[in-house]
Write a protein that binds this ligand. Structure first.
Ligand code: SF4
Length: 216
């Protein structure tokens, strides 16, 4: 690679994807370091400050060593990294099936079109919902994923209203993900069924397998 800048990386690991459309699939995770936000329920606070600058060709070599096609770039907030678009492009050029998990609080429009976006809409319990970027709903593709992390019934009602207000009723991939250990899964399941919502209940599979163990 002619220009081979670095990205600040917290960890690169191989695990089971626990979220969204590829839940259950063995995947390599590239966790970038740093996040300018502070969601109340954040489960990766260790990524705020722990990171090493790693050059993109070294990241690609490490990812290749796991011999799997599925790669998820996560954080922290990966879009807060200066060279993240080059990393995404390089992963795509190396024929990986690439997704990115982002907060929804940073502009997503520069993400390459063949990268699947899993974008949060921050709900009130996150304490960051005032920073959701409206234009991201225009930039997101039909095949991408919108995720609401639900902390309580008020978050659920807020998310339902958000979907209606933004004409997202027919968006194919909307996931409702209860905050692990905070909300009874049967409660949110009952609310979704009662309201006949066109959303998918997501359970963060990795937490059922390994709890909050790091690097999983
Ligand atoms: S945006 Fe993500 S990484 Fe940043 S504080 Fe919120 S949950 Fe944590």
């Amino acid at each position: 690679m002619k220009d081979n800048p670095a990205v600040s990386i917290n960890e690169i690991f191989y695990s089971i994807q626990g979220e969204a459309k590829n839940s259950g699939r063995p995947t390599v995770f590239i966790r970038t370091a740093g996040c300018p936000f502070r969601c109340s329920y954040c489960d990766t606070e260790y990524a705020f400050t722990e990171g090493n600058n790693i050059r993109i060709n070294e990241i690609i070599s490490k990812v290749k060593s796991f011999k799997t096609n599925f790669v998820t770039v996560t954080g922290g907030e990966p879009l807060a990294q200066k060279n993240i678009i080059l990393l995404l492009d390089t992963l795509v050029d190396n024929s990986f099936n690439v997704s990115i998990e982002t907060s929804g609080l940073v502009d997503i429009s520069a993400i390459p079109k063949n990268v699947e976006i899993v974008m949060d809409i921050k709900t009130p319990t996150s304490n960051e919902s005032s920073k959701n970027i409206d234009n991201n709903l225009t930039a997101i593709k039909k095949t991408d994923v919108i995720k609401f992390v639900i902390g309580n019934e008020d978050d659920y009602k807020w998310s339902k209203k958000f979907i209606t207000k933004n004409n997202l009723e027919h968006f194919e991939n909307i996931f409702f993900s209860p905050v692990h250990d905070d909300l009874k899964i049967s409660s949110i399941a009952d609310w979704i069924l009662k309201d006949k919502l066109n959303v998918t209940l997501q359970l963060q599979l990795h937490k059922y397998i390994w709890g909050n163990e790091r690097g999983r």
